[in-house]
Design a protein around this ligand. Structure first.
Ligand SMILES: Nc1nc2c(ncn2[C@@H]2O[C@H](COP(=O)(O)OP(=O)(O)OP(=O)(O)O)[C@@H](O)[C@H]2O)c(=O)[nH]1
Length: 377
């Protein structure tokens, strides 16, 4: 292994990226994560901000300007939190979680920076208390950056850029503005690191989960759907067929005289034939159709939105794709053929009855000489 490839593997381990095929699932994962964080953060905000407002009154009783100022800074973030809880109730599966979470985080940082800038100059004001508040807020808001570093400018950019102006506006001397910026700037750097670590650990846990999910759904030899996953697909297709009044077809396919291949060339060569068959079946079907390894050398295919002549054409195309070119194996090219049974669903069917009819048609194809398609009655 070269130094370059080791470095690349190390970088991929530290900064994993999501493969294109999983992007849609990753979006869903991100949205669910953002929704959970948004709801918890909104509840925390709606409990903590009124509590802080009350504590301000108790500690700094006579400073009405301070209370009004703080209440105004606290209002937008409280509204954003209320908006999140409202949408969670009205549109639980909507696309709002990420944008609203970012908006609430931005409002929270703006609030904190505003209060921080004001308390720095307030006579007897709670400067230390807001410095600590700023640190805690930055740490808490880091959770809102569900896309890592790229969310930071959205959340922190404007509040931090406006901090020097707020300080000057509140009467801080130009010469001491930079002193007041040290704390927030240091926290910003820490936040960037934390956010990136959280983001990549999220990606890693998503990928681990996804790999588990995929391996529970696929046949390890051919990479096709396994029987369990295909059963789910059939249930969905059946419900869809009833709802939209469209038909689906099930094609049950079985290699002809496959035992002879195993006996003559060994199990490994037999496995190579199964893998090649999986590829040919997949490339013969449309994207919305499904192929599964139903049992040892038996494959079940689901053809969506179809009718008798179209599905017969598909089955014939598959048969030809297997027959027309020998299968490349380590024992050399082997001529292979496939028998297929085809059944279309009707209103009276369940998925099980369609499978039984496809199976019977397959049996008929074997009886009638193999390497052929039979349509179920
Ligand atoms: N290499 C390999 N062979 C398998 C696998 N699963 C099942 N088989 C073999 O598939 C063969 C099926 O044989 P049979 O049921 O007798 O059928 P056939 O020889 O294909 O004959 P017909 O179906 O009647 O045309 C058996 O030899 C099984 O061992 C597998 O995962 N790998």
């Amino acid at each position: 292994m070269t130094v370059g490839s080791s470095a690349r593997r190390l970088m991929a381990m530290i900064f994993p990226t999501v493969p294109a095929a999983w992007q849609a699932d990753f979006e869903t994962f991100q949205r669910q994560l953002a929704r959970r964080i948004a709801v918890v953060a909104a509840l925390a905000i709606l409990i903590l901000l009124p509590a802080f407002q009350f504590i301000d009154y108790v500690i700094y009783e006579s400073q009405d300007d301070l209370h009004l100022h703080n209440a105004l800074w606290r209002l937008p973030v409280s509204l954003a939190a209320l908006g999140i809880l409202f949408l969670r109730w009205k549109q639980p599966d909507g696309a709002w979680p990420r944008p609203l979470l970012l908006l609430m985080a931005f409002a929270l940082m703006t609030m904190m920076v505003g209060i921080f800038a004001n308390d720095k100059v307030f006579q007897g004001g709670p400067a230390d208390y807001t410095s600590q508040g700023l640190i805690i807020t930055i740490a808490a808001v880091s959770m809102a950056a569900t896309r890592g570093l790229r969310d930071i400018p959205v959340i922190y950019g404007l509040p931090f850029l406006s901090l020097p102006f707020l300080l000057i506006h509140n009467g801080v001397a130009l010469s001491s503005v930079t002193t007041h910026l040290v704390y927030p700037a240091a926290m910003l750097v820490v936040a960037c690191i934390v956010v990136e670590l959280i983001y990549h650990s999220n990606i890693r846990s998503f990928m681990a989960n996804q790999q588990l999910k995929e391996s529970a759904m696929t046949d390890p030899l051919t990479g096709l759907l396994n029987r369990r996953a295909m059963s789910k697909e059939l249930t969905t297709a059946h419900a869809r067929s009833l709802r939209h009044e469209v038909r689906y077809a099930i094609i049950m396919a079985d290699l002809d005289r496959f035992k002879r291949v195993n006996d003559a060339h060994g199990h490994d060569v037999g496995d190579q034939v199964l893998v090649e068959l999986g590829n040919r079946l997949t490339t013969s079907l449309r994207r919305e159709d499904r192929v599964s390894r139903w049992g040892g050398e038996e494959f079940l295919m689901l053809v969506q939105d179809t009718d008798e002549s179209a599905s017969l054409e598909v089955a014939e195309k598959i048969r030809k794709a297997v027959e027309e070119a020998p299968f490349p194996t380590s024992a050399g090219p082997l001529p292979i053929t496939l028998s297929l049974g085809l059944a279309l669903n009707s209103e009276r069917d369940t998925t099980e009855t369609v499978i039984i009819r496809a199976d019977k048609a397959l049996y008929q194809a074997k009886q009638n000489g193999r390497n052929r398609v039979e349509l179920a009655e």
